[in-house]
Design a protein around this ligand. Structure first.
Ligand SMILES: NC(=O)c1ccc[n+]([C@@H]2O[C@H](COP(=O)([O-])OP(=O)(O)OC[C@H]3O[C@@H](n4cnc5c(N)ncnc54)[C@H](OP(=O)(O)O)[C@@H]3O)[C@@H](O)[C@H]2O)c1
Length: 181
C-alpha cells in the first residue's frame, strides 16, 4: 500500500476533527477518524465526505481496554499497517470549581484526568506501536499543552487547572520515554 494510514484519537470534533480535515487533503494519507461512539465517528467521516474528503471512521475509547484491543485488531485486519497516531483525545475538567486552585483540587478528578490524558495515551500507543514496528515505520504525535510546562507553572498567565496541567505533564514524560525507546 502506497498511502500511509493516519489515526487521530478523539477526532469527531474540536482540534482532532480539524487535524483530520487537514490530513484528509493529503493524497498520500488515509485518515481514520475515531470517537468514543461509532455513530460519532461515522458522522465525522460523513462530514469530511460532504467536504469532498475521503476518510474512514471507527470506534475508539482510549481508556477502555476492549475498545483499544478491538481497534488495533481492526486496523491490522483492514490495512495491515498504521503509520501515524495523533494522540489528541483528552479531557480538561476546567468546569469544576475545585480546579481553580491546587489547594481544592480533588484527587479523584486528578486520577480521572490522568487516566485519559496519560494512561489512555500510553494504552493506545502500546497497542499500535507493535504494528508500526512490524512494518518498519511509525510516527506518534502527542497533543500536549504549554500549560503542562514545569517552568510556566509559577506564572499567572493560565488558570490553575491543576489536574489538567499535571496530567499533561505526565503525558510529556511518557512521550519522552516512548521516544527514547
Ligand atoms: N483547545 C485548546 O485550546 C487546546 C490547547 C492545548 C492543547 N489542547 C489539547 O488538544 C486536544 C483536543 O482538545 P480540544 O480543545 O479539541 O478538546 P475537545 O473538543 O473536548 O476534544 C477532545 C476529544 O477527545 C475525545 N476524548 C475524550 N476522552 C476520550 C477517550 N477516553 N477516548 C477517546 N476519545 C476521547 C473527546 O470525545 P468526547 O466528545 O466523546 O468526549 C473529543 O473528541 C486535547 O488533548 C487538549 O488537551 C487543546
Amino acid at each position: 500500500m502506497n498511502e500511509k494510514i493516519a489515526v487521530i484519537a478523539g477526532s469527531h470534533k474540536g482540534l482532532g476533527f480539524e487535524i483530520a480535515r487537514r490530513f484528509s487533503h493529503k493524497p498520500d494519507l488515509r485518515v481514520v477518524v475515531t470517537a468514543r461512539s461509532l455513530k460519532a465517528a461515522n458522522e465525522a467521516r460523513e462530514k469530511l465526505r460532504s467536504l469532498g474528503l475521503e476518510a474512514d471512521g471507527q470506534q475508539l475509547d482510549i481508556i477502555n481496554d476492549e475498545s483499544v484491543n478491538s481497534f488495533a485488531d481492526w486496523i491490522e485486519a483492514t490495512y495491515g499497517q498504521v503509520d501515524i497516531l495523533v494522540n489528541n483525545a483528552g479531557v480538561n475538567p476546567y468546569h469544576s470549581k475545585e480546579e481553580g486552585s491546587v489547594l481544592t483540587a480533588k484527587p479523584q478528578i486528578l486520577l480521572d484526568t490522568i487516566k485519559t490524558n496519560a494512561a489512555g495515551m500510553l494504552r493506545i500507543s502500546q497497542a499500535l506501536i507493535p504494528i508500526m514496528k512490524r512494518n518498519g515505520y511509525g510516527r506518534i504525535v502527542n497533543v500536549s499543552t504549554e500549560m503542562s510546562c514545569l517552568n510556566l507553572m509559577l506564572g499567572g498567565h493560565y488558570p490553575a487547572a491543576p489536574s489538567y496541567r499535571a496530567s499533561k505533564a505526565v503525558m510529556n514524560a511518557l512521550a519522552l520515554l516512548m521516544a527514547k525507546e
